[in-house]
Design a protein around this ligand. Structure first.
Ligand code: URA
Length: 469
């Protein structure tokens, strides 16, 4: 096979065979296809797209390009192993809550997670904010913990889907990241190689996500569900709102604290809702009893039983206990999780106050994410060191009423200068609209979030769509 022929075929709108895609992916890993040809091919895919059959073949070729795991065999479990993946967002600490909930409900969760890049956070960075916690586990440790604790989160290794890792690095510097088949293939190849039987995908949509518009996010979700189904896995995709940050905390340790609150039954309403929805989907896909009920008594009966079990796991404290056990198993300081006052805090905390009264009409998730990253909480390039203590806690979110002088948020920074620099960016992320006349006359009566109708406001439910295989 000739690489130039494959590039020109795609450039001219042709359809690749599975053999051609396997040849290209193997060539990337073996180094026989040079970067400039891969980059040129990626640009042709960006403009010409791929058929669903090509996308599936590309994903399978990337998944097969390195090590593949069989989690059920590793766990020696009869039960299905369920994974969960978010396409990336701001303040998204959902793995920290749904993993322990699903595990407390008896579903083994074995997960490979990533680090944050640019405005979007990563699960491993958040968990590494807990003193001692480590994501670097041998296969033997991974297996033991999956069996004994039922919950394990490890850093994705270089051996897993290496074709994706090499292709992603090239896409990152050639303007070819936002291609639907390439994103779907990239995410799903890692999920398939990581070996779960069932996968819940959380496809974020809005300013703080790769897909800003609902039709694109829905198309990505449908494509990933169809790839997963083609590979014999059960997959459900939720398309969820990422217009403003999820919850109130953005920044690694700050997000761990919020996840702990939420596992203890508190936490912000939007984060609680997403946690419950994702955990419910995990149980529906992975629990054989619920699956049977779902088939026999219908969708709604299975869903409501699954949700009751999720609420029970939170209410009884079982989910939080599972989180503590999981942290300790990976070397983390369980005492600091049981008493989050022992977690590290940033030395400089600056409260930002609103210069005007009104209702928050917009809170740009991307701008907040970039401000948190610039504080040192994220990285501009792979491998940069990060400061786990820094970030932002949002006192006011979309739909909430503020008076001039009310707190909008607190900035947690390494020093006062860094806090002041971030403050300008965060203030710019907020937009307001005027209060209705009668509300202005009664300033102490806060407008409830549910009643807000502004753009990007809470009238947009957190779950925008659900696609299942
Ligand atoms: N996340 C990935 O893993 N790959 C992409 O291409 C985009 C988001």
């Amino acid at each position: 096979m000739n690489v130039v022929d494959l590039i020109t075929k795609k450039r001219d709108g042709g359809e690749h065979s599975a053999g051609e895609l396997k040849f290209l992916m193997e060539g990337i890993v073996e180094g026989t296809v040079p970067d400039y040809q891969i980059a040129s091919w990626a640009m042709a895919v960006y403009f010409r797209g791929m058929t669903p059959a090509e996308s599936t073949a590309l994903t399978l070729a990337m998944a097969a390009s390195g090590e593949t795991l069989d989690l059920r065999a590793l766990a020696q479990s009869e039960k299905l192993i369920v994974d969960k993946h978010s396409s990336g967002g701001v303040g998204d600490k959902t793995t920290l809550t749904v993993g322990p909930i699903a595990a407390a409900c008896g579903l083994p969760v074995g997960k490979m997670s990533g680090r944050g890049l640019s405005f979007s956070g990563g699960t491993i960075d958040k968990l590494e904010g807990i003193p001692g916690w480590s994501a670097n586990l041998s296969t033997a440790q991974f297996r033991r913990q999956l069996r004994e604790v039922g919950l394990v989160v490890a850093a994705q290794t270089a051996a897993l889907a290496p074709a994706d890792q090499l292709l992603y690095a090239l896409r990152d510097v050639t303007g070819t990241v936002p291609s639907l088949p390439l994103i779907a293939g990239s995410i799903m190849s890692k999920k398939l190689a990581a070996g779960a039987d069932a996968i819940v995908l959380d496809v974020k949509c809005g300013r703080g996500a790769f897909m800003e518009l609902l039709p694109e996010a829905r198309e990505l979700a449908e494509l990933m569900v169809s790839i997963g189904r083609g590979a014999g896995r059960r997959v459900t995709a939720l398309v969820t709102a990422m217009e403003q940050p999820l919850g109130r905390a953005v920044g690694n340790i700050l997000e761990v604290r919020e996840a702990i609150d939420t596992l203890q039954g508190g936490g912000p309403a939007d984060f609680q809702e997403l946690t419950q929805e994702v955990a419910t989907e995990m149980l529906l896909l992975g629990d054989p009893e619920l699956h049977k009920e779902h088939e026999a008594a219908g969708e709604e009966s299975g869903r409501s039983s699954a949700r009751s079990r999720v609420l029970e796991a939170i209410g009884s404290g079982a989910a939080f206990d599972k989180f503590v056990q999981f942290v300790a198993a990976q070397g983390g300081d369980a005492a600091a999780v049981a008493n989050p006052d022992l977690l590290d805090t940033a030395p400089a905390v600056l409260e930002l106050k609103s210069k005007r009264g009104g209702i928050v009409s917009r809170l740009d998730a991307r701008a907040v994410g970039l401000a948190a990253a610039a504080l040192g909480g994220g990285r501009q390039r792979k491998g940069d060191a990060i400061d786990h203590r820094v970030g932002v806690v949002l006192a006011s979110k979309v739909g909430e009423q503020v008076l001039a002088g009310d707190p909008l948020c607190t900035v947690h920074a390494a020093d006062a200068d860094a806090a002041r620099l971030a403050a300008d960016r965060i203030l710019d992320a907020y937009s307001f609209r005027d209060l209705p006349q009668e509300a202005a006359a009664e300033p102490e009566e806060r407008v409830s979030a549910e009643r807000d109708t502004g753009p990007g406001g809470p009238e947009r439910p957190i779950i925008l769509d659900r696609i299942t295989s």
